[in-house]
Write a protein of this length. Structure first.
Length: 72
């Protein structure tokens, strides 16, 4: 399960990076409307990556807490 959660975190990070590169490219070639759309996608991917990252940390912390309680 942890492996799946970690993979999804990196998928969102990769999508954010690709979207950021596409955004920069769109602004360089002068397609401002497309650049703004790509910027919104970049921000969405970044927010989803951050949410996934916080979720993964919370799951790890809860699992460690349950493990410590079960050893008592």
């Amino acid at each position: 399960m942890n492996k799946y959660l970690r993979i999804t975190e990196f998928v969102w990070l990769g999508m954010a990076a690709i979207a950021a590169i596409t955004t920069i490219y769109m602004f360089i070639i002068g397609a401002k409307e497309n650049g703004i759309f790509c910027l919104m996608i970049t921000l969405f991917c970044a927010v989803m990556w951050n949410m996934r990252r916080m979720f993964n940390r919370r799951i790890k912390r809860d699992a460690a807490k349950r493990e410590a309680e079960s050893k008592k």
